[in-house]
Design a protein around this ligand. Sequence first.
Ligand code: HEM
Length: 403
Amino acid sequence: MDAGKAVALLLDPRANHDPIAAYAALHRHGPVVRAGKSYFFVSGYAAVDAVLRDPAMEAYDARRLDSQWSDWRDNRAVALFADSMLRTNPPQHTRMRRLAAGVFTARRVSALREVIAGQVDEILNALPAYGTDLVTHLTYPLPIAVITALLGVPTADRGRFRRLAEALTAVLEVRWTEEDRRQAHAAALELEDYFTDLIGRRRAEPADDLVTALAAAHDAGGDQLTAEELMGNLVLLLVAGFETTTNLLGNGIVLLLDHPEHAARLRDDPETAPAYVEEVLRIESPVQLTERYTSRPTTLAGTDLPADAELVLLLGAANRDPLRFPEPDKFDPFRTDQAPLSFGAGAHYCLGAPLARLEAQIALPALLRRFPDLALAGRPVRRPRMNLRGWSSLPVTLRKSTP
Ligand code: HEM
């Protein structure tokens, strides 16, 4: 397959279900493949890692959006992400990231261990005996409960966020339709209204949570955090907090059910959970790609790149690079030197990585211990996404049926 066909295969919506063949084809053409005059796909581990760590590579920010799309601000979903740390560059990124890291501390995350274990217990106790869909009943509710607890979003409001985040994050995909755009815009407006109200309530009655802390940073004045940045980052933290973690949990469950010998090992020895979670992250990266732009002409892995070139960084492909991982398509939690790129690298390295890992390390063995006979009750259904790779339904039986 030539390089053009490999890219076409990757972008074909039917490949959302299986980009692996396209990744393998891209790897055969080297770490960087040109798909247009200024458009490149990067699939090699070392090349993706180098771009992510290179300060001369820029995130897709407002300046870049201005040069491509005159009325992008009219779409509130695009505008919200552009106000967040995810889509800014220094010095704005450095300022916001420092502030967010200051409130999203290791202390807050490790204090959540008990909260997570408690939530997992509660969710497992309440799983319906029949018609159990683990996406509806576990892989969404758990990360939503955790991130809303951290942010200080009231429990009663949790139910509305799955639909809103699904709609909003469509604008993080490589391709989207007019309808995706419209729904993302509507979801953004609803989330903005929601957080405007919540910020007001937390100002009146401060609590030990991220909404209070970030609103206080804005209220302190100076140039710490503008009103738009406060909103953009709160929405980012909410949706990044669960829309990705749900995929990690779902991907982990399917992989373990496909590999009963591993499910048994993890169930019997929960100490192995960190190794299992890293391998799930590697082989089925919940976020499959991100993008960067060159700020000047440069060379990447032997390929000349012009200034302002767009680079699609295929994290999911980098994680299956045969030059980095022997037998890359084999699920092997005990391979040495794991280090997948699923959380990115460099300045934008995922702020929530320790939290996402902790949730999966607690939930996966707990599920297997509670239901040793857990089995698929039908074919799981893939999410229709290229970037956010996971399952939209995961039907299971919890126990062997008795004759
Ligand atoms: C398995 C779960 C997760 C995955 C795979 C994931 C993946 C990523 C990736 C790949 C990036 C970097 C994007 C880039 O460089 O362009 C990122 C950034 C980010 N993630 Fe996560 N994430 C996960 C969970 C979380 C959680 C639980 C939170 C929050 C509680 C979170 C918050 C963020 C934030 C705020 C950023 C932006 C950091 C910056 O731009 O400086 N993520 N994530």
